[in-house]
Design a protein. Structure first.
Length: 230
């Protein structure tokens, strides 16, 4: 969800106003994704590297997250959306953690869509934690090295319960993944738009979906093989 800061600065506003506007896009895109029948939506709200931003921006973002979680509980329930998170949330302020737990518990039974908030998330850190867990299991004799396969690693990531990642959308034009779902992205389609996150609306989401539908996903095979398969 890139481009909040630039969107605000371009209008002579402070960066936090951009994040506030970005939070409104979070609400509308979540609602729209649910309406379109998206099974799971992961939003990269705060990376492990974002802790290095100026203190007032970090605390402003944390406050915004708390406000968002408090205000969205009923909205998520009404739309049958289950909230989960990825990332090391132990670093988040107590109040945000409490709100997060509260909404996760309240929406645990929801089946319409999963909304995964990536908070204090870094993909390398996520993979590292999975590798450590596997190493400990091997050391304890609970897992044999020959049983370590892709599924074994996938099941130890924060996203274990999510379906395969089909599409990654990055707003505001940067051509990089910024430590986001590096394992999961192996065969995902990428859609990068110059539109900033505060300006990313239903029409922009439709454009991303149309681009996704126009792709031929070959998973390493040839186009002819894909066309011949049922
Ligand atoms: C990156 O854009 C965006 C972030 C670090 C924060 C994203 C947060 C939100 C969209 C709002 C809060 C989240 C929720 C779930 C309510 P940037 O600000 O670095 O953009 P720039 O590259 O233009 O400076």
């Amino acid at each position: 969800m890139d481009g909040n800061g630039r969107w605000a600065q371009g209008r002579g506003l402070g960066r936090l106003r951009g994040h506030e506007s970005g939070a409104r896009s979070v609400e509308s895109i979540t609602r729209y994704a649910r309406k379109l029948g998206v099974e799971a939506l992961t939003l990269y709200a705060f990376s492990t590297e974002n802790w290095g931003r100026p203190t007032d921006e970090v605390s402003g973002l944390m406050k915004l997250l708390g406000t968002y979680l408090r205000s969205q509980r009923q909205e998520l329930l009404d739309n049958d959306i289950r909230l989960i998170h990825s990332g090391d949330v132990s670093q988040l302020p107590e109040d945000v953690r409490t709100q997060l737990r509260r909404v996760e518990l309240a929406t645990d039974h929801c089946e319409g869509m999963v909304l995964n908030l990536a908070l204090s998330y870094g993909s390398r850190q996520e993979i590292l934690a999975a590798v450590r867990e596997i190493a400990e299991e091997v050391q304890g004799g609970r897992l044999q090295p020959e049983d370590i396969d892709e599924a074994c690693i996938t099941s130890r990531l924060d996203t274990a319960e999510l379906p395969e990642l089909d599409l990654v959308i990055r707003t505001s034009g940067e051509m990089r993944l910024s430590n986001f779902l590096l394992w999961q992205v192996a065969y995902s389609e990428l859609y990068i738009t110059d539109v900033s996150w505060p300006e990313f609306d239903e029409r922009q989401f439709d454009k991303a979906m149309a681009a996704y539908r126009s792709r031929q996903r070959r998973f390493g095979k040839t186009g002819a093989q894909i066309e011949a398969s049922p």
